[in-house]
Design a protein around this ligand. Structure first.
Ligand SMILES: NC(=O)c1ccc[n+]([C@@H]2O[C@H](COP(=O)([O-])OP(=O)(O)OC[C@H]3O[C@@H](n4cnc5c(N)ncnc54)[C@H](O)[C@@H]3O)[C@@H](O)[C@H]2O)c1
Length: 328
C-alpha cells in the first residue's frame, strides 16, 4: 500500500521519500512546487525522485480538497501519510501572513479530513516545529513545556496544527505523531535558511548580516538524523491506552546547542574562505537559543542522532559546491 508524502519537492520531503523508496515502499508524492525559494532546486529534487521505482508525483495544492481526493482515489486506499507540506520561514510569516494560514491551517485540515475518511487508516506523521517554544528560556525545550506564547505567525500555525490534530484524534481516534523539528540542514537544504545563506555569501565573497551580533545558538539537526526519526515514528504508531487520544508529539533535534559563530567557522574551514560579516541587532520573530530534549523519542523509538555539526557542515558544503558551483 502506498505512503502519501506531502511537500515531496521540499528539503525534508525529498530525503524522507528517497529513504522510503530505498526500502521498497511505494510513495505518492504531492507538492504544489511554490516559488517561496528557487523552484529549480525543487525541480532538481523531483527529477531525482521521478527516476526511482515506486514513485509517483502529483502537482497538487493540499488545500484543494477535490484535487487531493482524486490523488487518493487513484491510490485506492491509504493507510499511512507523512505530511510535510507547509509554508515555511519564520521571518516571511511576518510579511506574508495569509500564505501561512492558508497552507498550514487549511492544508493541515485537508490532510486530517483525508486520513479520517480512510477505512483502515493506520498513521499520520506530520511536521511541527521547534518554533512552537516561542520565547521560552528554560532549556532544553521539552514537549511538556508550555507552548502557548508563539513569537511568529509561522509558529502559531504549527501550534494550531498540533491542536487540530489532537481534536481529530479525539473525534475520530486515528493515530498521529507530530514532530517538532529543530533547525534541519544538510545536502539539498533550503536556501532561505542560515546555513545555506551564509555558505553562499562566503563562497561568493559577499558581506552578509548576522543577527543578535552573532550571539545565538541552535540545535542544528542533520537531515539523515531527521529522516531516521521520521521513519522510526512512521513505523511505530501510538496506541490508544485507556481511551486516551492516540496522538503524541516528539522533539527531533541533535540535543546539542551550537553557537552560530561556530557553524560559520566550520563553513569557512570547509570552503577555505573567510566570512565578511555585518553584525546586526536581533530581528523580530527570532529566538536566541534552541535545544531539544529528545529523551522521549530516544526511549520510545531508540532515536539516536549521530551527526554533530563538525561532520554535518562539511557534508553540506561538499554538496553545495557541487550544486552551486560545479566544484566538487
Ligand atoms: N527545515 C527545517 O529546519 C524545519 C524546521 C521545523 C519544521 N519544519 C517543517 O518541516 C516541513 C518540511 O520543511 P522543509 O524544510 O522541507 O521545507 P520546504 O519548503 O523545503 O518544503 C515544503 C514543501 O511544501 C510545499 N508546499 C507548500 N505549500 C503547499 C501546498 N499548499 N500544497 C502542496 N505543497 C505545498 C512547498 O512547495 C515545498 O516544496 C514543513 O512542514 C516545515 O514547517 C522544517
Amino acid at each position: 500500500m502506498p505512503i502519501l508524502v506531502t511537500g515531496v519537492a521540499g528539503f525534508i520531503g525529498y530525503h524522507v521519500s528517497m529513504a522510503l523508496l530505498a526500502r521498497g515502499e511505494e510513495v505518492l508524492g504531492v507538492d504544489v512546487v511554490n516559488d517561496y525559494y528557487d523552484v529549480s532546486l525543487k525541480e532538481a529534487r523531483l527529477s531525482i525522485l521521478k527516476k526511482q521505482t515506486g514513485f509517483t508525483f502529483y502537482k497538487v495544492d493540499i488545500t484543494d480538497i477535490e484535487g487531493m481526493n482524486e490523488v487518493v482515489a487513484e491510490a485506492g486506499e491509504l493507510q499511512r501519510v507523512v505530511h510535510l507540506a507547509a509554508q515555511v520561514g519564520v521571518r516571511n510569516s511576518i510579511t506574508n501572513p495569509f500564505d501561512y494560514v492558508w497552507a498550514n491551517l487549511v492544508g493541515h485540515l485537508s490532510i486530517l479530513e483525508i486520513c479520517r475518511n480512510q477505512p483502515n487508516f493506520k498513521h499520520l506523521v506530520y511536521a511541527s516545529s521547534s518554533s512552537v517554544y516561542g520565547g521560552n528560556t528554560k532549556l532544553p525545550f521539552s514537549v511538556d513545556d508550555p507552548t502557548d506564547l508563539p513569537v511568529s505567525l509561522y509558529a502559531a500555525t504549527k501550534k494550531a496544527d498540533e491542536l487540530m490534530s489532537h481534536c481529530y484524534g479525539h473525534l475520530y481516534g486515528f493515530p498521529q505523531t507530530g514532530l517538532r523539528f529543530f533547525t534541519v540542514y544538510g545536502p539539498w537544504g533550503r536556501p532561505d535558511m542560515a546555513v545555506y545563506i551564509f555558505c553562499k555569501a562566503i563562497f561568493e565573497g559577499r558581506r552578509f548580516p548576522v543577527f543578535n551580533n552573532g550571539d545565538m545558538k541552535r540545535d542544528f539537526t542533520f537531515i539523515d538524523d531527521i529522516v531516521a526519526g521520521v521513519i522510526a515514528s512512521l513505523d511505530n504508531p501510538p496506541t490508544s491506552i485507556d481511551k486516551q487520544v492516540p496522538c503524541r508529539l516528539y522533539n527531533i533535534g541533535n540535543h546539542s546547542s551550537e553557537p552560530l559563530m561556530k557553524m560559520i567557522g566550520l563553513i569557512e574551514e570547509a570552503l577555505g574562505k573567510k566570512a565578511k560579516i555585518d553584525f546586526k541587532p536581533m530581528q523580530p520573530g527570532d529566538v536566541k537559543e534552541s535545544l531539544a530534549d529528545i529523551e522521549e523519542i530516544k526511549t520510545d523509538l531508540d532515536y539516536n542522532p549521530t551527526t554533530p555539526i563538525d561532520i554535518g557542515i562539511p557534508k553540506f558544503v561538499e554538496w553545495f559546491k557541487e550544486y552551486e558551483g560545479g566544484l566538487a
